[in-house]
Design a protein. Structure first.
Length: 207
């Protein structure tokens, strides 16, 4: 089995020409976020290669989307550029520290001084097996932050509306009644935060 076949997504994605036909908003992918006990199988920053290969393809996870409620970055400045790492906690209580950020768009923004928001959708992936110097035992596949989608207050409003079972029209009616405005985009920053806090006090829709 070669390295390319270790990642389960390489079994699912068919060869050929691909094109983007639409774009999903953050609130539309929240339901795909993982709430498993461990991110990519373990509580560590790595997964051992032999164990990963022994895991049946349907149960193997080499990509995982998670939602954070805390996200910080640090930079290691080198002659070749800054290497960025992220530390985060998830809404389900997991925490991983100092993971390499391989998202080129986010890395470029960090290079300009941007500091990401604490609430994000993060795509986790696994790198190819790499044993650091003096490593003992099986080669580990290190966990990587492959993609970062920052959640704006407007995104969080839609996520909370979805959680409590409000439709777009119900949200718009509430905004018109309370703020005299047509949509969340017309709210001031303070009004958006106030509306978000109100939604967060509401119970979730009954299953």
């Amino acid at each position: 089995m070669d390295q390319d076949r270790m990642a389960c997504e390489n079994y699912w994605i068919q060869p050929g020409a691909w094109r983007r036909i639409n774009r999903a908003e953050p609130y539309q992918v929240i339901s795909f976020c993982s709430d498993r006990t461990h991110i990519l199988h373990t509580h560590n920053k790595y997964v051992h290669e032999p164990w990963l290969r022994s895991c049946p393809i349907p149960q193997r996870r080499t990509l995982e989307l998670i939602r954070t409620n805390s996200f910080q970055v640090t930079g290691d400045v080198r002659s070749t550029g800054t290497r960025w790492k992220g530390t985060f906690s998830t809404v389900s209580g997991q925490r991983l520290e100092n993971l390499p950020i391989t998202d080129p768009v986010m890395a470029k923004r960090l290079d300009t001084g941007h500091m990401p928001s604490s609430q994000c959708l993060v795509t986790m992936s696994l790198g190819l097996p790499y044993p650091p110097p003096n490593w003992e035992g099986d080669a580990p596949c290190w966990k990587l932050i492959a993609g970062v989608i920052e959640l704006s207050t407007a995104d969080l409003i839609l996520i909370e509306m979805q959680r409590v079972g409000w439709s777009i029209n119900e949200g718009r009616s509430f905004i018109e009644k309370c703020y005299g405005k047509r949509s969340r985009q017309h709210l001031t920053t303070g009004e958006q935060i106030e509306f978000l806090h109100y939604l967060q006090t509401l119970g979730a829709i009954a299953a």
